[in-house]
Design a protein around this ligand. Structure first.
Ligand SMILES: [Mg+2]
Length: 375
């Protein structure tokens, strides 16, 4: 096990020239989040192996309680396998509205310390506390305080990792889980990754790990031996990231989760359009494009806007808002057709059409379903 100073204060080291100003990043991660919420709300589940999601017959486990984990049950495991490993496993239906509410509670706590909060999911977030709202010097103390407040407000345990970048903070939050925290200082950061198995690196999925193994990379020290051109050749855009983390370096900023207000696509036609059918043909790929964005990001929209720009560059927009979010590309097309029809016949040619979705909302239930689909 690589050495790491547990609960040692993380202070800025201004002499670390390669990193510029040393930052203080905390990665907060709730312990067995969905399962812990279920055990909190149902005393009959406490101390028992619980799987959230799936059923005895089908589906996959979305989250497993620590009791279930001792049997080798983990998230993303097919329910049937989980039940075989742990015959007493209790399957519980997920309650995303409750998880979402708890998530909002913990984010409110984070916001007392810093506006630089980057959620990774409902139960995980990076916080940049280099300059925090409480004027606290020691990031370790901030993490302790945040975890205590989370426990107080929600009754749930959180773990935390504290370091000078996102990668190491994320790795550190696992070190003393559950209900613990660990710090990786600039002094130990690069040593820590040396012996770390490559498949444990955050950002290295199973396929990448396999590829690394084929290239003779088993751990951080092996990775460090490869130069940047080699890593870019084999891993493309991720090459520089891997090159950095092999040295304990990760310059990615903590990006606050700014909710996107709209998503749009438009197209200028090679020849001006004068009739309805070619216009419909023209907007279909735009609908497909914005819908793909919704699907990928588990987002739904309530408002559809059509933009029409004429040959003389005058433009009009027409919008429709539905009471419920549009649930498919076909529904969006139906709405667009209603907006598009009255435009014809146009007094002049149409040079551009655009489709924009707004009144966006995140669909956490959908996100969980996607997790299952990707398996
Ligand atoms: Mg978690």
């Amino acid at each position: 096990m690589p050495s790491h100073d547990v609960d040692a204060p993380l202070t800025a080291e201004p002499d670390n020239a390669t990193l510029g100003r040393v930052r203080k990043i905390i990665h907060v991660d709730m312990d067995a989040f969905y399962a812990s919420v279920e055990q909190r709300d149902n005393p009959n589940l406490r101390g028992k192996p619980v799987a959230v999601g799936g059923s005895e017959a089908r589906g996959v486990v979305a989250a497993a309680s620590y009791e279930a984990r001792t049997y080798g049950v983990h998230s993303a495991m097919p329910s049937v396998t989980a039940k075989r490993k742990c015959p007493d496993l209790i399957f519980v239906k997920p309650r995303f509205d409750v998880y979402k509410a708890v998530s909002a509670q913990i984010r409110e706590i984070f916001a007392d310390y810093t506006p630089l909060i980057e959620p990774l999911s409902l139960d995980e977030a990076y916080l940049d506390v280099t300059e925090n709202l409480k004027g606290m010097e020691i990031a370790t103390e901030i993490a302790l305080e945040i975890r205590a407040r989370i426990k107080d407000a929600t009754g749930l345990n959180a773990s935390a990792g504290i370091s000078y970048n996102k990668f190491l903070a994320k790795m550190a939050s696992d070190l003393n889980k559950p209900n613990g925290q660990a710090v990786l200082t600039p002094k130990v950061g690069s040593r820590f990754v040396e012996t770390l198995p490559i498949k444990k690196f955050h950002g290295v999925g199973p396929a990448t790990a396999e590829k690394m193994h084929r290239l003779g990379i088993q751990n951080g020290a092996d990775l460090r031996e490869k130069d940047l051109p080699f890593l870019v050749e084999h891993f493309g855009k991720s090459g520089p990231y891997f090159y950095g983390i092999a040295r304990g370096i990760d310059e990615r900023r903590v990006k606050p989760d700014r909710v996107r207000k709209s998503v749009g696509a438009e197209d200028t036609f090679a020849q001006d359009i004068h009739s309805y059918d070619p216009a419909l043909e023209g907007v279909r790929p735009l609908i497909a494009k914005v819908w793909r964005y919704c699907e990928t990001n588990a987002i739904r929209a309530k408002t559809v806007t059509l933009k029409v720009k004429y040959a003389d560059f005058n433009q009009i927009t027409r919008a429709r808002t539905s009471e419920r979010p549009y649930a498919s590309a076909d529904e969006i097309e139906d709405a667009i057709c209603v907006l598009l029809k009255p435009v014809f016949p146009p007094s002049k040619g149409i040079r551009l059409l655009g489709v924009t979705l707004s009144s966006l909302e995140k669909d956490d239930h959908l996100q969980a379903q996607q997790l299952q689909l990707t398996l």
